[in-house]
Design a binder for this molecule. Structure first.
Ligand SMILES: [Zn+2]
Length: 414
């Protein structure tokens, strides 16, 4: 298994949560959260109120950068807009990446004002990923306050482009930059402590573009129509059979085209999301989409009453591709999370999902994605909410898992 030779040795458990929590500094870090919940809630609300659609994360990134810089770490931004702070370890040749995405699915202009209802915070993006970002800065602050020096360097990164057409570009760049040093990746995404994502769901996003000459609905009737072709192709595609196991799904998510009701359109565009537990099924589904669209275009051209008025052109672009992968069951990272769960009396189930962890997992780098505590719901909707009750347990879980794989610097004099 040469691909795994550079990662943490499996089943190695150099630090357990129990032995970690015996250390006074670790104790201090774990205790920090309960004492600082109002600060964490307020920062979560403040960051959430800075709009951050994918590709427009600059202002929120700057706010996170200031918070991380306040913890005395060197902080820099990369050319994509990721913000990275380093808590140097005694072994700086190896590092652990703790990261949360900055971006939201909500377009510019969405009202992101945070409303409070008792303990609850309500706003688009408050949980996904307000919770993850608040946790990232809270963990940095707790480790700083407790004067923790890790063995492996800890990288705190707020990354861009996780959602939608961002296509995990921030995470791809982070892994590119630190590939040789990263030993494990912990992704903080959303709320909860009930799951750990160790399996990366492969997905592909495609854009179908069909174009034609366009014309008048009455006088040019009989001319090829790109929307007709798209409908003909889509009609075929949605009848494609997909297996229940391995679970495979498709979604026709966005349709655009045309200029007015009485014009034969110049173009039609369709965006499709394909997902599968199996890369092979995913490839099959992509082929089916291409074949159905080819057939739809051909149908429309064959049935055009007036072929002298031009032809249809069409293409399919891949606008997103998230590779699959899986964390080995005996990885040190999973052992560290399980130890943290045992210590905290928490139970969590393994999940398969499409997250920032897809990128490292697809490259054989140990990675998990977890919630950062509390409870949330309505992700990707305007009704999104977050309830911070129980947040400190989620944050302790992050710290114990993180320090379990980073280790602590050997004390001087020993
Ligand atoms: Zn998210």
């Amino acid at each position: 298994m040469p691909i795994r030779s550079s990662v943490l040795p499996h089943a190695a458990r150099p630090f357990t949560s129990f032995s970690l929590a015996d250390q006074p500094q670790v104790r201090a870090a774990l205790d920090w959260f309960a004492k600082n919940l109002p600060w964490i809630n307020d920062e979560q609300a403040r960051l959430t109120e800075i709009p951050a659609p994918s590709f427009q994360e600059e202002r929120r990134a700057a706010a996170v950068k200031a918070l991380l810089a306040a913890e005395g770490m060197p902080v820099h931004g990369d050319k994509l807009g990721n913000v990275i702070a380093e808590l140097r370890g005694s072994n700086d040749k190896e590092c652990i990446l703790l990261t949360a995405h900055l971006d939201t699915v909500f377009p510019a202009g969405t009202d992101v004002t945070v409303h409070r209802d008792g303990e609850r915070l309500l706003a688009p993006g408050i949980s996904d990923n307000g919770t993850g970002l608040a946790a990232l800065v809270a963990v940095a602050r707790a480790l700083h306050a407790a004067k923790i020096k890790p063995q492996r360097t800890i990288l705190f990164a707020a990354n861009v482009g996780e959602e939608g057409e961002g296509n995990l570009r921030g995470m791809r760049a982070l892994i590119d930059s630190y590939r040789n040093r990263i030993r494990a990746v912990i992704v903080l995404d959303g709320s909860g402590t009930d799951h750990v994502t160790t399996k990366a769901l492969a997905s592909r996003r495609l854009e179908v573009i069909i174009s034609g000459p366009g014309g008048h609905s009455w006088s040019d009737f009989g001319m090829v129509n790109p929307i007709n072709a798209l409908v003909r192709g889509s009609q075929r595609f949605i009848n494609t059979r997909v297996p229940i196991s391995p679970r495979t799904t498709f979604n026709l998510g966005q349709v655009e085209g045309g200029t007015s009701v009485n014009s034969i359109p110049h173009d039609a565009t369709l965006k499709v999301d394909l997902r599968s537990e199996s890369e092979e099924e995913l490839g099959r589904l992509e082929n089916a989409l291409r074949e159905c669209m080819a057939a739809g275009v051909k149908d429309e051209m064959d049935n055009a009453r007036d072929r002298s008025k031009g032809k249809l052109e069409w293409k399919v672009n891949v606008i997103g591709s998230r590779p699959g992968g899986e964390l080995p069951a005996d990885s040190a990272l999973l052992a560290s999370l399980r130890a943290a769960d045992d210590f905290l009396g928490n139970q969590s189930r393994i999940e398969r999902s499409s997250t920032d962890a897809n990128i490292p997992l697809s490259l054989g780098i140990d990675a998990i994605s977890i919630g950062a505590g509390g409870n949330g719901g309505g992700a990707h909707s305007l009704q999104e909410w977050y309830d911070p009750v129980g947040r400190e347990m989620g944050l302790r879980r992050v710290v114990l898992t993180l320090l379990g794989v980073s280790g602590l610097a050997p004390e001087k004099g020993h």
